[in-house]
Design a protein around this ligand. Structure first.
Ligand code: MTE
Ligand code: MO
Length: 201
């Protein structure tokens, strides 16, 4: 059983569970405002420098799970495609192209924003967005698209799956209580204005 499952991390697939996915045959397209649009195969992706982000995935539905997320920094990926100066937002598309969400370039460039394929040293399975998912601990979890097949580098904002259904476009994590999955679902406060510190708690 995966660590995320052991922690009883909820599994969200608003568009329906994708079933078994082919990790070795996985391909991610990166296109839009860049000099070198291209695809990354699973093999090409894992050959890029690996970064570990010790951080929390925190859902607006009030759960939070912390661990060592491993993958490629979105910033490194943007370098690899020679991202253009026009880029304002990065949009992630999930398998089947039903679920999408976009994050501001400034957030995409932060240290712990990843294209993640691991949690605590284990490869992500389909339940938790494997083979490769967006991971952005700075914003509510709906900005961390699962099983990503396409990344669009955009000069403007377009609201995604949940944003069109009423969740805030900025997805800023707000003060309140969340169930901490690392502590069996115990309620943990997110203090006002201290979200960055909360990431490390
Ligand atoms: N493709 C896809 N990605 C998604 C979602 C989804 O329904 N479909 N749910 C989002 C939400 S609301 C959250 S909180 C996290 C939950 O991640 P988990 O299912 O791995 O716990 O995934 C996000 N990414
Ligand atoms: Mo969520």
């Amino acid at each position: 059983m995966s660590k995320l499952k052991e922690l009883r991390t909820p599994v969200f697939w608003a568009e329906g569970h994708p079933g078994k996915l082919n990790r070795e045959g996985w391909v991610i397209e990166v296109s839009g405002f860049c000099a070198n649009p291209r695809t990354f195969t699973w093999q090409e992706l894992v050959a890029l420098p690996k970064s570990i982000a010790d951080a929390r995935l925190t859902s607006v539905t009030r759960f939070s799970v912390r661990g060592r997320w491993g993958g490629v920094k979105v910033a490194d990926l943007l370098n690899a495609v020679q991202a253009g100066p026009e880029i304002q937002y990065i949009r992630f598309w999930s398998y089947r192209m039903i679920y999408d969400t976009a994050i501001p370039m400034e957030v995409a460039l932060r240290d712990r924003t990843l294209l993640a394929y691991e949690f605590d040293g284990e490869l992500l399975d389909e339940d938790y967005g494997g083979p490769v998912r967006g991971f952005c601990p700075y914003l509510w979890g709906y900005k961390s698209a699962k099983s990503v097949v396409k990344i669009e580098l955009m000069d403007r904002y377009l609201s995604g799956f949940w944003e069109q259904r009423g969740y805030p476009d900025d997805a800023l994590i707000t003060a309140g209580k969340v169930r901490d999955m690392n502590e069996g679902g115990r309620l943990r406060p997110i203090p006002n204005g201290e979200v960055i510190r909360f990431l490390d708690e």
